[in-house]
Design a protein around this ligand. Structure first.
Ligand code: SF4
Ligand code: SF4
Length: 441
């Protein structure tokens, strides 16, 4: 049974730009910039230095704590290990690789047979997933091995998230249509680790081809079922998805495991299949490169470390972009330096024209309450914004700003054009800083 969630919006989808075009391999660039920070947690330390030769899939960074390794996406020579621009907005330590275009594979990239995988224990599988550098690929980039470890013994329901509710983005839709068996194989690895016999693959009703493709393979599989959910934003947000599939509500500040659930993105399942069966670490991903001024929007299989500039050149645009986002128009982060590289969490590059400039030179709240009706977290964005403007961190905290999932529904509906999400991001940062300062006193 499909439940629903409070609030949400139905923005124009714009998925028709790319949804019917198959995934194409992006030609490997001559230079790749691979950040050592591509996940939530502790950044990697470099394992290579300037002048070293590297091979495809070779580990080039790793670390302790909440950390997953990064790997070379191409073979070639390390030109530098230095600070470079990153999609997070700051400069980050990165390995710059000069591609020799030889595609020399690392000796650690060794496929496994179905029998070999079946013989592995849950802990061994979690170890392989860590070694493959896999993170949540819907944008969150939380280390997958850590999510699996923390779910052991606590989860009774697995949800594979193939909703992809953000406008413009169709990368997961194409993966489901073109590689359903990989997604299902990855999901079955997760089921084995968590000791589950059943799982849901959640897809929005606006993706009939993806639903058909998955169902065609599922007829031969046990325990997995496709749940077709109404197309509504943010259907793919973790808490909203859990409520839509199971009717359970994750408590404020809680994790999905608190209600017995675990959610993994469809692209993450594909990466698990690659890592476990093909021995191939996470060195590339499907990226939707689209937007209202893009001449030839595409879904591209892109090596990690490819610059946004290269992608913009590949699709072309009719006018100077007003905004280039890492991600979609609702949750994406505006990029000001297009030399930034594609990282593991980059599901889309969205290029928007000046028609998206709403011309709000003087944003002003007119107290219409639309943001409150739109918020899927049942928050009061207008009051949160007042708390933010006051600069009073305690007032921000009391407004439940930390429960904001940054979905952008409030900003989308706001006739006063207030920069709500941007404000809440900075407010959450201030609350975290204040909490850390209080802890260290
Ligand atoms: S961005 Fe935050 S406050 Fe705004 S609608 Fe989404 S969850 Fe609510
Ligand atoms: S939608 Fe915008 S203008 Fe309306 S109450 Fe919320 S913040 Fe104010």
């Amino acid at each position: 049974m499909a439940w629903s969630f409070f609030g949400g919006i139905r923005p124009k989808e714009h998925k028709e730009y790319t949804c019917d075009f198959p995934i194409r391999d992006f030609p490997e660039p001559d230079i790749l910039v691979v950040p050592l920070f591509q996940h939530i947690g502790v950044p990697c330390q470099p394992l290579v230095k300037k002048g070293d030769l590297v091979t495809v899939g070779q580990k080039i960074g790793d670390g302790d704590g909440l950390c997953v390794p990064v790997h070379a996406p191409v073979s070639g020579k390390v030109r530098a290990v230095e600070m470079r621009a990153h999609t997070c907005g700051a400069n980050r330590m990165s390995v710059v690789i000069e591609n020799d275009h030889q595609k020399t594979l690392c000796g650690t990239v060794v496929p496994r047979t179905r029998e070999e995988v079946e013989a592995l224990s849950p802990q061994e599988l979690i170890g392989l997933i860590r070694q493959a550098g896999i993170v949540g690929m819907g944008g969150a980039a939380f280390p997958t091995y850590a999510k699996l470890s923390s779910g052991l013994g606590k989860v009774d329901t697995l949800i594979i998230n193939a909703c992809e509710c953000e406008p413009y983005i169709t990368a997961d839709d194409r993966l489901c249509r073109e590689m359903p068996e990989d997604i299902i194989a990855g999901a079955k690895v997760i089921m084995k680790i968590l000791g589950l016999s059943k799982a849901h693959i959640a897809v929005e009703s606006n993706k009939p081809q993806a639903i058909r493709a998955l169902n065609a393979f599922l007829s031969r599989e046990d325990g997995l079922q496709v749940d077709v959910l109404p197309a509504k934003y943010p259907q793919g947000a973790e808490k909203q998805l859990i409520q839509a599939v199971t009717g359970r509500q994750v408590p404020s500040g809680g994790l999905p495991a608190a209600v017995g659930c675990a959610v993994f993105n469809a692209a993450t399942c594909k990466a698990i299949c690659d890592g476990v069966y093909r021995g191939l670490p996470l060195i590339g991903r499907v990226v939707t490169v689209s937007g209202d001024i893009v001449m030839a929007p595409k879904n591209l299989m892109v090596p990690i470390g490819t610059s946004f500039n290269d992608l913009l050149e590949a699709v072309g645009h009719g006018e100077d972009p007003y905004k280039v986002l890492s991600g979609g128009p609702m949750m994406g982060i505006a990029q000001y330096d297009l030399s930034v590289p594609v990282v593991k969490g980059t599901n889309a590059v969205t290029i928007l024209g000046h028609g998206n400039d709403l011309g709000a030179d003087h944003p002003q709240c007119i107290r219409c309450g639309k943001c409150i009706r739109a918020c899927p977290m049942k928050l009061m964005p207008v009051l949160m914004y007042q708390a933010l403007r006051s600069g009073d961190v305690e007032r921000m905290r009391r407004s439940h700003m930390m429960d904001c999932i940054e979905c952008g529904c409030c900003a989308y509906t706001c006739p006063g054009c207030l920069p709500l999400v941007l404000g809440f991001r900075s407010g959450k940062h201030k609350i975290r800083e204040a909490a850390a300062a209080a802890k260290s006193r």
